[in-house]
Design a protein around this ligand. Sequence first.
Ligand code: PEP
Ligand code: MG
Length: 571
Amino acid sequence: MPRRELRGEGTARGAAIGTARVRYPLDFSVDPAPVARHEVPAELARVAAAIAGARSELDAVRRRLRGPLRREIGEFLDAHALILDDPEFADGIRAGIVERRLNAEAALKAHRDQLRAAFEAIDDPYLRSRGEDVEQVVGRVFAALKRGPGEARRPRAPAAGVVLVADSVAPDEIEGWQAQGLAALVVTRASVWSHATILARALRLPMLVAGREVFDLVRDGDPVLVDADAGIIIAEPDTLDHARLRERQRANERRARARARLRTAETRTRDGLAVRLWANAEHDDDIALARRLGAAGIGLYRTEFLHAGPGADTGEEAQFRAYRDAVLAMGGRPVTLRTLDVGGDKGASGPGGGENPALGLRGLRLSLSQPAGFAVQLRAMLRASAYGPVRILFPMVTSLEEAERALAIVEACRAELRLARIDFDEDTPVGAMVEVPAAALIADRLARTFDFLALGSNDLVQYTLAADRNDAAVASSYDPLHPAVLALLTMTLDHARRARTPLTLCGELAADPRATALLLGLGFTDLSMHPNALLEVRERVLALHAGALRKRVRRLVAAGETRSLLDEACS
Ligand code: PEP
Ligand code: MG
């Protein structure tokens, strides 16, 4: 096929080229029109070839397996091979073609639906969950069908890396894909504010959100170019595309080199206002980078990533060592350790699922429902405070009552450590995240109850505007500049200032240099962001005049015209 291109929204910057690995959505669409009688043999042949192709692909994946989980992953692949080898699997698809005149894809889907219904009717939860294996096998056969005959032998370019094209990707999956040389991500369900985006940015992986037509445009195995800066994905790029990509990469490198000079610069506006730029961290690498780039401290350490993946050690000792190492790595600058915030789009494991995970047992609620595990985490955090400044932060606080229950557990942990004569800092500050409207509306009381507050704009926007931060379909409703959001930000700032309680903004808004003028104008002086964004935001702060912005932003907020500030920053 010739060169094809599609527009999308770049959510994590950069550009890369690689081989597409397409993970078709489980509800893939098919052409329902019946095939003519003379086309039946060809459709049967396509199915046979696709099953054989999927089978040899499985063997190849198995041969390439390396690393500590080789055996476990091998067992999954064996289970998939058994399904593919089962004559009933192929017979079920063939029946759809012969008896109902479906084309190969539609017959595969119809058979998948039958199998799914059969698995869903099984009582035993383990056996029922094996239905997922069937879904994955069907996905592999579907990819082989879309690839077509001969295409499987198309030379791949593993050296160029993998471009994952999928419906969605969970943050903990991204790391697994990295082991396979992930170069870029194209997904249909995510937004600038998703955790997948946050992680992609952290790992410097270009990411683009595209419409579902991407599954028609890109076939598994195609060479693809993803330019998240320009918002474009090109299947089978030509030599001109390659040349443009190289030019863009060189320009990015030049800009990065120029900014590197700001590593040691003090972060002050032109009129002398000191702005503290903190770093958000998920990984050891983030902490090292934050230190190198002169972050004021770690403003948000997302501990859920320590708990991600099978086999993660979540015992007190393992957690303590991770927190202590972070504290030592920051060399005396504060590290804000947030207690577990699984649920919603964070690929919740455990009971945080529910019908509507974003509104379910997540964040502090989940920790309070499992007080023993919560205490393990709190003790580990307190123990780390013996090695340098630590701040403990609770996510998703919604009421004073739950805040007080959580504080009582912190107090009990302190008492236990004292009794056991284990060192910790008695004055370790404890803070609350303001990331649901309820918390912003009681910010006066939260500011008096806690030692510091952290504003999580990612969730605050989602919960204020009832717009899922992962759902590209409502991306235009997810508006951090909505007057309701700005009113809640201002309210929280005012209450924090009145109570003299430090406040940091740690959502993705803080990392957006286009928003820096607005944030300083509103009155924020502490911004926490992924370390990759630190120098760019610092560059912006140095160019701004805080006094002038304060007056101007107040006027613009009143007139509902704040967007002009963002536009100015782009020009
Ligand atoms: C937020 O919600 O803004 C935030 C910083 O927390 P997270 O992105 O981890 O939900
Ligand atoms: Mg949040």
